[in-house]
Design a protein around this ligand. Sequence first.
Ligand code: NOJ
Length: 499
Amino acid sequence: MNYIRVVVFSIVICGSWSIEQLKFPPSFMFGAASAAYQVEGGWNASDKGISMWDKFLHDRPELVADRNNGDVACDSYHLWRRDIQMCEELGLNMYRFSISWPRLLPSGYPNYISEDGKNYYNNLIDGLLEKGIQPLVTIYHFDLPLSLQDLGGWANPLVADWFADYAEVVFSLYADRVKYWLTLNEPYIQCDGGYGTEAAPFLQDAMLGRYLCNKNVLLAHAKAYRLYEELYRDKYHGKVSLSTLFFWFKPSAPEDQEVTDLTIDHWQGRYAHAIFSKEGGWPRKLQKLLNDNAKKEGYSHPRLPPFTPEEIELVRGTFDFYALNHYTTRRVRRVRLGEPPGKWFFDGSDELNTIMFKDPTWPNTSIHWFALYPQGLREQLNWLNSTYDVKEIIITENGVPSLDPGLVDTQRIEYYRSYLEQVLLAINDGINVTGYTAWTLMDNFEWLSGYIAKFGLYAVDFSQPNRTRTPRESARCYSSVIRTRMIHPTQDSTKLNYV
Ligand code: NOJ
């Protein structure tokens, strides 16, 4: 379906919505997102240090579907002006990108700050601001300096201080201009994936490593937040949070509600409860279950490393908004007698004895576990709003992959339309969603899927030395949403009657 047809089609079917309900508030920030390792390239440009992703993918190309890596990626290290131009073409209010720790601090420590690294991000930030686009900066998006990984990385408790030192440099250089900060991106993938098979450092230590990492990322985030609070908040009035990946989960049958709640805590509560709940610390029921598992298996230490009362206070309340990465929804059920739990982490958990699956009635995408269930986003926003005391939510990732490199991306157009519709419905429910950054500005290095899975509003030709970027149909539709501040809902009344 071409763009004109999409717009005409949509205008005709506005249903029973009032014009006010169809509109995003004037202050709503539309954006797009990216991350350093996925777009920058320039892996050894100037004095950049080596990240753990550089090292692991050079040593083990077979880990990636197309045996590729982020050495050049979209070459944003050189083509950042074009990236800003694309943000401008789309009419974005906000661009989310991450800083590469080893690019800024080649040794991993603040003993030496790279001039070129510093200037790269200065140029990007200044260039965006010149066009009236707010930078939303992620301080860490998976690319730990190898020097720190060699000392145990995220499983070493010292990492919280290493991270705080790095964050202090970042704030000191850029906090005068950057008003929105994310300390860390998706600690679930960082820890559960990194101490599994899905992300660097691929350590496959699901029983201990991922839980040490879990506690350390919470402390790292909190230390960086407290630092901002103490030294920069009064001067620059910025906002700080961390982004969590949260698939929404629904029970397979009513009797699976309890195990679904535990799944939500396993994915979400382990990384959010300590920060966003009133009581702080680990989610209680889950903590008990995991620690019982450890005991049964003969471990002498609890799975979830306990917090001291001081640590609970350090972490509790370290947020100025909630940052949500939402992609899809999974059904959850307990395993049946003799049935093994789902193996891959999107398919279930051996800790909880669950199977997770895609509801057969939800439309498919080209990726087997990724179904379309837009209502899940609204349900999740309502859950977040009632579970935690959050006053503001920004959706920091939302998007759909395809395997088709072409420019006519009908499914992505419908994905954004239907998910944005749910954002509007959530706003009408009274939830203060203030921004949305689509994943992603352009096709990029999609981790273990290499360059095969495409999430971009812009297609990138990776066979060309200048990595030509071309807008897809979805880019034109998204920019029209931004310009008009409107989406056009379907007439399906069931979607309008949620809550
Ligand atoms: C989440 C991650 O933050 C991002 O790096 C990744 O590319 C997208 N999800 C899509 O998988």
